[in-house]
Design a protein around this ligand. Structure first.
Ligand code: TYD
Length: 137
């Protein structure tokens, strides 16, 4: 199964424009405890480079575009996010990197938990070791 899981949000379009809706636990598979967003991004710099033990997230490119790499320790997949009504699931224990931001990129992330630095795995070798341990002998 692909690591790339996209959610299409409901939209309401009329001559005035488009309204997109995201309701916690209904349109995304968790209660939304935190929202953060990235902007003023540099096209030649990269972000992310971590995984989470427990956190579930949905990334939505509200404006512009950016690339994301997802890596579950066995497979890596890359995609370009550019639709403001589409969310990319970033599940627990998935290493992720964001790069090639367009100058106008605004990347919003919905998260299942409050910020907790202890939930981060920022070392790639440690991430691979934890994936191996979870898989068992
Ligand atoms: P960082 O993890 O480096 O961002 P990225 O994953 O995009 O590379 O986070 C940048 C800073 O922001 C860091 O000091 C931690 C802080 N931060 C919070 O305080 N709360 C949050 O919800 C997030 C996501 C980051």
């Amino acid at each position: 199964m692909s690591l790339i899981k996209l959610i299409d949000f409901r939209t309401f379009s009329d001559p005035r424009g488009t309204l997109a809706v995201i309701e916690g636990s209904l349109d995304v598979p968790f209660e939304i405890r935190r929202v953060y967003y990235l902007y003023g991004l540099s096209g030649d710099l990269q972000r992310g480079f971590h995984a989470h033990h427990e956190l579930e997230q949905i990334a939505i490119c509200l404006n512009g575009s950016c690339s994301l790499l997802l890596d579950d320790g066995r497979r890596k997949e890359t995609l370009r996010l550019s639709s403001p009504h589409q969310g990319l699931r970033i599940e627990r224990m998935v290493w992720h990197e964001m790069f090639e931001f367009s100058p106008d990129c605004v990347l919003m992330v919905l998260a299942s938990e409050h910020y907790d630095e202890a939930d981060y795995i920022r070392d790639y070798q440690q991430f691979l070791a934890e994936v191996e341990n979870a898989a068992g002998p």
